[in-house]
Design a protein around this ligand. Structure first.
Ligand code: 9Z3
Length: 340
C-alpha cells in the first residue's frame, strides 16, 4: 500500500508564479537554417543521380560507399555575387583520398567545390605546367610526351577502371548553402546502405556566413559604405550533430579538424568528438598537413595515433593519404562488424 496518491495536487506549488514558463519546443539552429535559406534549384537533379548511384551499388556491386567532401565553401556577400569570402583549400586531401578509396574497392561520391582538384585529373590540372606541356608533336600528330607517358598510363588505367565500374560520382558545390543542402540530401539517401556508408568530411567548411535575410541583392557600392566595408557574419550552425543523430545515424562518420596552433589540436579534436558523438576525428595542421595527421577516437586507451611520412617517403613523393585511407577503412570494417 502506497502512502501517496499521484492524483493529489501539491498545494504549495499548484500555482507558483515564480517558476518560469516552460518554453514551447524550439527549432534547433540547424532546422532554422534550412527554414530560412532556399535550397539550390538543381537539388532534385542531384538527388536522383545520387539515388541511382547508391541503388546500383546496393543491389549490384555490393561495394561500401564513401562520401568524400572536398575543397572550400564560399560565403557570398551579395545575391548577384561579385564578392565572396573563400578559404585556402584546393581539395588535395579530398581528391587524393578519393583515389585511394577507389583503389581499395569503395564506391565514391565526391562532393567537391566546383573547379577544385578532382581524382585522377588532379595529376595534370592545377600544376605549373600547361596541359600542352604533356604533349609532343611527332610526324604531324600529337602524342604524349614520353617523359610523362609511363606515369600517365598508370593514372589512365585507374581512371578508366573507376569509370567503367561506375564507382565515382562527382557532385559539385560552390557556396556554403549549396554544400549544406547537398550534404543533407546525400546523407539521407546513404541511409539506404546503413553501416556500409562512410563519411569522410575533408571539405574546409566556412564557420561564418551572411544570412540570406541580410544579403543585398546587388553589388555593394563603395560610396554608400563611407569608405569602409563592415561585414557582420553569423555562425554556421553545427551540422555535424544533425548528421550523426538524424541524417545518417548508422554510418561511420570521420571528420577533419584543422588548426594552425599545434598546442590546441588534440584538445579541439576531442571536443568535437564529445560534442558530436561520432567515431573518428583526423586532426591536421595547416603547416604540416601533407606530412602528418593524428587520429583521435573516443574511449581508446591509445587515443591519439599519429600517422607521419618518414624522410624516405617524403623524398619519394609518397602521399600521406596512401597511409590514411587503409587505417580509416579498418575503422569502418570494425564498425560494420560491430567491433566498436
Ligand atoms: C581538413 O582539415 C583538410 O584536411 C584540409 C585539406 C582542408 C586541411 P587541402 O584542400 O586541405 O588538401 O589543401 N578539412 C576540414 C576542415 C574543416 O573545416 N574542419 C572543421 C573544423 O576544423 C570541422 S568539420 O572546425
Amino acid at each position: 500500500m502506497k502512502n501517496f496518491h499521484t492524483a493529489n495536487p501539491e498545494m504549495e506549488t499548484a500555482i507558483d508564479r515564480s517558476i518560469p514558463d516552460f518554453p514551447a519546443a524550439q527549432l534547433s539552429d540547424e532546422d532554422k537554417y534550412f527554414k530560412h535559406h532556399k535550397p539550390p534549384s538543381y537539388l532534385p537533379e542531384i538527388e536522383s543521380e545520387v539515388k541511382d548511384f547508391i541503388e546500383y551499388h546496393k543491389s549490384t556491386s555490393h561495394k561500401n560507399i564513401v562520401l568524400v567532401t572536398s575543397g572550400g565553401t564560399t560565403v557570398p556577400l551579395e545575391n548577384n555575387t561579385v564578392r565572396f569570402i573563400d578559404n585556402f583549400s584546393a581539395g588535395t586531401r579530398g581528391a587524393t583520398s578519393a583515389e585511394y578509396f577507389l583503389e581499395n574497392g569503395y564506391a565514391v561520391i565526391f562532393l567537391h567545390r566546383e573547379f577544385s582538384l578532382l581524382p585522377y585529373s588532379r595529376h595534370y590540372s592545377h600544376t605549373t605546367n600547361c596541359f600542352l606541356d604533356y604533349m609532343t608533336e611527332v610526324n604531324d600528330k600529337v602524342e604524349i610526351n614520353p617523359t610523362f607517358a609511363d606515369e600517365m598510363l598508370i593514372v589512365l588505367r585507374k581512371y578508366k577502371q573507376a569509370k567503367e565500374s561506375n564507382s565515382l560520382l562527382l557532385i559539385p558545390f560552390t557556396t556554403v548553402n549549396q554544400y549544406l543542402y547537398t550534404l543533407r540530401v546525400i546523407s539521407e539517401l546513404l541511409q539506404l546502405v546503413g553501416k556500409k556508408a562512410l563519411f569522410y568530411l575533408a571539405a574546409a567548411v566556412s564557420d561564418f556566413f551572411l544570412p540570406q535575410s541580410r544579403m543585398p541583392t546587388h553589388k555593394i557600392q563603395s560610396q554608400e559604405s563611407g569608405g569602409k566595408l563592415e561585414v557582420n557574419l553569423d555562425q554556421v550552425p553545427k551540422f555535424l550533430s544533425r548528421l550523426v543523430d538524424n541524417w545518417a545515424p548508422s554510418a561511420l562518420i570521420v571528420s577533419f579538424k584543422l588548426e594552425t596552433d599545434r598546442s590546441i589540436l588534440i584538445k579541439k579534436a576531442k571536443t568535437a568528438l564529445e560534442r558530436y558523438q561520432h567515431q573518428l576525428v583526423i586532426g591536421n595542421l595547416l603547416q604540416t598537413r601533407k606530412k602528418e595527421v593524428v587520429f583521435v577516437r573516443p574511449q581508446k586507451d591509445d587515443d591519439e595515433q599519429w600517422i607521419r611520412l618518414n624522410d624516405d617517403q617524403i623524398s619519394s613523393n609518397v602521399e600521406i593519404e596512401s597511409l590514411i585511407i587503409p587505417q580509416v577503412i579498418k575503422v569502418h570494417e570494425d564498425w560494420i562488424n560491430g567491433d566498436n
